[in-house]
Design a protein around this ligand. Structure first.
Ligand code: F6R
Length: 609
């Protein structure tokens, strides 16, 4: 999604604006721009494509102003051209914006009738003219914003810079996140997340939903939705503690895949009492687990597949019925919510619009909500009854990897905790399962050693037009996740299927050209998966098997490739098997020369529907 930054500096700010925008690159974007005040006059530089284009433009035509705003745009309304790039401006002000102004057409018609000229296809321009109109009517910039905000519908964050106002920036938040940073010598910052500001300060304030803020050097004046002055706490952020660089890796995605043994261990340590072999949740459950009747899980993309794996765990270990749906469907289904029900929302960013809307629906319909989130300060974390943190650290690669395995880890711990509290698991059974979880980081580290073989296999995959992934039980959602990972970063068409569904249609696709990746740890359904695999082999399919030695031997067919994992108990094998599947997609995309960390058309945090 779009990135916003604003700086009220002591010296020229253009370089720092670009640095901050670089830290927001991971969110995904297709054009960028900055605006500063040059002797009180608004000046903009904007460019299509990557930030290097904007940097080149700034070298040619530098900006020297000490107050400015910057933006990376992920196109929603209008193509990613220079003209549609932010900041958008009038003779009075410049605006950068994240999110969507839903009533922009209505506002545009009204403002055109008042003589305003619109020159872009963006919804943002309606904000520019709306505030400009108030200033033309004689209001001060602050009064003009106060008068304009109630007219805007939708979910958005804004930063506004005013002609002639060297000591003023205004930010507003409704739906999309926005933070204020406090720097040395009175420097002030605005950013769409703490990472954007990490290089400048570790002291920040998050705007609450509906808030807006008037920044002057050394001061931040917060107002709520009703325009009443409010106090918001200053926090010390952790963001700067994480090294947001690639280390020795070529891509963030590779680095994040390799971080998994460590971050899964860190997450486990937060939920498991290692010495006593039991789960110890780091929060009070907001309900009595014995009374719980049903769980609903909702999420998007990879986080949804984590939920799908967890469905098997909640059903088996806690004997709770689980309903699961993608958040974009769930939010509009008007689903009847069970009595004494729990909703689990899974989200890396904690800002995904559909997941947030589902959370709000569930709360309004009497559900208790647990948010499994990676960003502890996110909206989903704050609006859940309980936030269950995944301790993956900032995930920069657009394709989710370490967040997925940490989500699985938290969900596994939660399933065991509920199972124990409901009397489904006794202490011995809990201990056995906890011991299985405790070895997962070590098994992940073992899986990392398979990298050279996986890289070699990826050269086969890189030549394919389509790829099919098959699995049963928790390996079925993994098959879906494998297909998602491959298509999003390599652009090869891929599909995941429940292996048992093969005969009901997709078997027609099998020929010598189609790689079929079969995910099959040794578990209770291995035999069934092997039958399906033999059906593929009988039709000349090119099978790549992901399994342990026993499973690979059991397949008893000639394989086009294999990824041989160490032996492990089946219960949480999905967490370990995720890693080779991610690596396969990663190396295929690298082999094909794709932009692995920022795949085309994708955004890291999807804060629009
Ligand atoms: C795929 C991917 C996406 C996200 C989805 C949800 O690799 O990253 O499918 O999983 O957009 O995002 P969060 O978890 O931030 O709600």
């Amino acid at each position: 999604m779009c990135g916003i930054v604003g700086i009220l500096g002591q010296g020229p700010v253009a370089g720092s604006l670009i640095d901050a925008l670089k830290r927001l690159e991971y969110r995904g974007y297709d054009s960028a721009g900055v605006a500063t005040l040059e002797d009180g006059r608004l000046e903009r530089r904007r460019a299509e494509g990557k930030l290097r284009n904007l940097e080149a433009l700034l070298r040619e035509k530098p900006l020297h102003g000490c107050v400015g705003i910057g933006h990376t745009r992920w196109a929603t309304h209008g193509r990613p051209t220079e003209n549609n790039a932010h900041p958008h401006a009038s003779d009075k002000l410049a605006v950068v914006h994240n999110g969507i102004i839903e009533n922009f057409r209505e506002l545009r018609d009204e403002l055109i009738a008042l003589g305003h000229k619109f020159v872009t296809q963006t919804d943002t321009e309606a904000v520019v003219h709306l505030v400009t109109e108030q200033i033309r009517r004689g209001l001060s910039p602050v009064e003009a914003v106060a008068a304009s905000l109630p007219r805007l519908k939708g979910a958005f964050a804004l930063a506004i810079l005013f002609e002639g106002e060297e000591n003023l920036l205004i930010g507003a938040r409704r739906g999309a996140p926005l933070a204020v940073g406090y720097g040395e010598g009175g420097e002030m910052y605005l950013g769409s997340d703490a990472l954007a500001l990490a290089a400048f300060t570790d002291t920040i304030t998050y705007l609450e939903d509906g808030d807006w803020v008037i920044l002057r050097r050394g001061s931040a004046e917060f107002r709520d939705e009703e325009n009443k002055p409010v106090e918001r706490p200053k926090l010390k952020t952790q963001a700067s503690a994480f090294l947001v660089d690639k280390g020795n890796y070529r891509h963030f995605m590779a680095k994040e895949i390799h971080e998994q043994p460590e971050v899964v261990a860190r997450t486990l340590a937060h939920y498991i009492d290692f010495s006593n072999g039991c789960v110890r949740l780091p929060f009070e459950l907001p309900f009595d687990p014995k009374d719980l009747r049903a769980i609903t899980i909702t999420a998007c993309g990879t986080a949804y597949y984590a939920g799908m794996v967890a469905k098997y765990w909640f059903e088996r270990f806690a004997r709770l019925p689980v309903e699961i749906d993608v958040a974009s469907e769930f939010r509009y289904r008007d689903a009847p919510m069970p009595e004494k029900g729990l909703m689990i929302v899974v989200s890396q960013s904690g800002e995904t619009a559909d997941s947030l809307a589902s959370l709000r629906f569930a709360r309004a319909h009497g559900q208790k909500v647990i948010g499994v989130v990676n960003v502890p300060t996110s909206t989903i974390a704050r609006e859940s009854d309980v936030a269950a943190p995944t301790l993956a650290g900032p995930e920069i690669g657009v394709a989710s990897t370490k967040a997925f395995t940490c989500q699985l880890t938290v969900l596994a711990a939660l399933a065991l905790a509920l199972g124990r509290a409901r009397g489904v698991l006794d202490a011995a059974e809990e201990k056995r399962l906890v011991n299985e979880l405790m070895v997962v980081p070590g098994l992940l580290a073992e899986a990392m050693k398979l990298e050279p073989g996986i890289e070699a296999l990826s050269h086969q995959l890189g030549k394919a037009r389509d790829v099919l992934y098959l699995g049963r039980g928790p390996s079925y959602p993994l098959a879906l996740e494998g297909a998602l990972k491959l298509k999003e970063i390599s652009y090869i068409h891929a599909e995941g299927y429940a292996a048992g569904e093969l005969k009901h249609g997709p078997i027609a696709l099998i020929d010598e050209q189609l790689p079929v990746i079969v995910i099959a740890p040794t578990d209770s359904v291995l035999e069934k998966t092997v039958s399906n695999l033999q059906e593929v082999a009988a039709r000349g399919g090119r099978i790549i098997m992901v399994g342990d030695s026993h499973a690979i031997d059991a397949a008893a067919v000639s394989l086009a490739g294999e990824i041989r994992l160490p032996d492990m108990a089946p219960d949480f094998a999905a967490i370990v098997y995720a890693a080779p599947i991610q690596m396969l997609a990663y190396y295929t995309a690298v082999f094909m020369g794709k932009d692995v960390d920022q795949p085309r058309n994708l955004a890291k945090s999807v804060t629009v529907e």
